[in-house]
Design a protein around this ligand. Sequence first.
Ligand code: COA
Length: 227
Amino acid sequence: MTGRARFWLAHDMDLVDIFPAFGLRIECGPVTLRALRESDGPRVAELAAEGIHAAESRPFLRPWNLEEKQPLTSLQFYYRTWASMTPASWTLMFAVERDGLVVGAQDMMTESFPVLRTAETGSWLGLAHQGRGTGTLMRQAILAFAFDHLGAAEMTSGAWADNPSSRRVSEKCGYVLNGYDLKDRQGQAVRSNRFVVTPQTFIRPPYEVCVTGVDAFLRSMDLEVTP
Ligand SMILES: CC(C)(COP(=O)(O)OP(=O)(O)OC[C@H]1O[C@@H](n2cnc3c(N)ncnc32)[C@H](O)[C@@H]1OP(=O)(O)O)[C@@H](O)C(=O)NCCC(=O)NCCS
């Protein structure tokens, strides 16, 4: 029997052994960022459908959460994101839990990370879960993960000029304003402010951040981190 045949017959592999990004978990006090899995689709879609923002506000470039074909388009986006992960370009998607309940999502996207050591984050919470510090804790959790475990040199975030809560979260995490872009937001020219945070300006959370699954993830992305 060849080595390859033995591999297929072993039956001792889990999905996370093949796709280590699924094994990532970041704990920060009452908030946990858990790698998004296929089985999270219905709950996350339900949360988004229950509402992420007031009817008159537009926090996203594309109003994906209001589209008629939801939750199918979100699920298709998850599959495309997982399918296109390579060391040169990857996005991590996390389901956010507070006290064990799924309350939102946190992403981190990057290209050429081994060279640039920078990534952009995006996040949202169900309306019912906003305004109690969760948005700040989840951002601080992903920043601690990026700086302490992935070797990021800086992290970026964007917020529309008319999104004060996102801007405030960035300020509370130690980001500084780093210019702006004028973007076409659903037919309107709107200023999108760029923010950047470094390990030096980062304001850490009041809890220890515990990360699981990072070594296998680093290997899968050919990423070396020097302590
Ligand atoms: C942005 C978001 C993730 C923040 O989460 P959150 O749990 O509400 O954030 P926090 O409670 O940690 O902090 C919010 C801060 O914004 C402040 N804030 C909220 N509304 C505000 C307003 N209209 N003007 C000024 N500040 C405001 C809050 O007072 C708080 O600051 P403080 O702690 O100094 O009082 C959440 O509001 C959300 O999901 N919004 C919709 C989607 C979105 O905008 N995503 C980001 C862009 S991609």
